[in-house]
Design a protein around this ligand. Structure first.
Ligand code: G3I
Length: 352
């Protein structure tokens, strides 16, 4: 057991095992003194929640605006925080102005956006979500790929193309394939895990420079199982491929929990603890990030509103930026992570 001062930060607890702890944030978060102080105290890595997405940077064809992203990256650099870039190619962040474009125009625009953005921040970002959410079993393809504009325009090689281009323009950034729903306990999630493994094997065989699998980790309290043999087995197979893992967007929806705040907070804290414990035990985890720091601005109030209308309490700090039981549980797990082996620099598969 490591002995840390009672109030040690999440980032110092994580650093005990060579793990970065962080959060997604928007430029609006930096307007709040309390949020900024909590970020600086507890985080060693930050993820722009929106500002680095294609549809945030490219408001219309030819009209590029990196100012918000630049602000976040300057903030990180001023405070020696690492930055996780999110995300280069994601079907939900394609600028509407390309809706009517031809496949050739889309290919040119998507590659132009990727190379321009990666080159702009070359050497400034620790990692990139190069492709986000590529797998969708319900689309019925034998390769499990989600039917997106990227797939339609480039074909199934779009993942290799994206990673090779990103590696070309920022040879040092850790390149991450980010996915949602691999953590859940259902036949659909197991199918998705199997298809993700097949995808990773295929990309590895081609030499695609993927270093790390991003687990978004949008969990639901009272649905996420306490133990999860299929997730353990999946993470072991990912590790056996030489891939590290980043927990990229962790939060715990409390929409199934009772209204009582103390009960909700306890159930959410327990969900964080058991999930994080499992992943840190089975995977080579480089970073753990929550999707927002405090309950005052969570995407879940829009996506998963509680039927009783009470605001969601999915994160580690409450709306007044005070630590919740989940903060203490996450710190305990980070402090005592049983991660063996030296922290790799994020070995890239396919570059053996
Ligand atoms: O900033 C603009 C504002 O100028 C404009 O007036 C307003 C109305 O159009 O939109 C504002 O942008 C919004 C942005 O969040 C910033 O708040 C976008 O409309 C809105 O679509 C965007 O939602 C984000 C969503 O991704 C889509 O980019 C959420 O904040 C963000 O939490 C969510 O995050 C995703 C991850 O990227 C991928 N994994 C799932 C996760 C949850 O959906």
């Amino acid at each position: 057991m490591h002995h840390e001062p009672k109030n040690s930060s999440l980032s110092s607890a994580a650093a005990q095992n060579g793990v970065l702890f962080g959060t997604a944030l928007c430029t609006s978060d930096l307007l709040s003194q309390r949020s900024t102080r909590a970020i600086l105290r507890d985080c060693s890595i930050i993820t722009p929640e929106f500002e680095l997405k294609w549809d945030a940077v490219c408001r219309s064809q030819g009209n590029l605006d990196y100012s918000a992203a630049d602000k976040l990256i300057a903030f990180a650099s001023d405070h020696a925080l690492a930055v996780h870039g999110h995300t280069l190619w994601w079907h939900e962040a394609v600028p509407p102005s390309f809706d009517k474009s031809s496949d050739q125009q889309f290919r040119d625009a998507a590659l132009d956006h990727l190379t321009r953005t990666v080159a702009r921040y070359d050497g400034q970002l620790r990692s990139w979500d190069v492709v986000n959410e590529p797998v969708e079993p319900d689309h019925g393809r034998s390769d499990g790929l989600r039917e997106t504009r990227f797939l339609a325009a480039f074909g199934p090689d779009y993942i290799e193309t994206a990673f090779r281009e990103a590696a070309l323009w920022d040879p040092k950034a850790l390149l991450v394939l980010n996915e949602m729903g691999l953590e859940y306990d259902s036949p659909a999630a197991e199918r998705k895990r199997r298809q993700m493994l097949t995808l990773l094997e295929r990309e590895k065989a081609r030499g695609t420079p993927i270093a790390c699998l991003g687990l978004q980790s949008h969990l639901t309290a009272l649905e996420q199982p306490r133990d999860h043999p299929e997730l353990r087995a999946f993470l072991r197979e990912v590790r056996a491929m030489g891939l590290s893992v980043m927990i990229t967007e962790m939060d715990v929806s409390d929409h199934l929990c009772p209204r009582d705040r103390r009960q909700r907070d306890a159930i959410v804290a327990e969900t964080y603890r058991t999930y994080l414990d499992l992943v840190l035990e089975e995977a080579e985890v480089l970073a753990v990030s929550t999707w927002g720091l405090s309950d005052d601005r969570t995407w879940l109030n829009g996506f998963r509103p509680r039927t009783d209308g009470a605001p969601q309490r999915p994160l580690l700090f409450d709306r007044a930026i005070r630590r919740k039981p989940a903060w203490h549980e996450v710190r305990g797990v980070l402090l005592n992570a049983r991660q063996d082996g030296a922290r790799s620099s994020g070995h890239r598969i396919g570059t053996d």
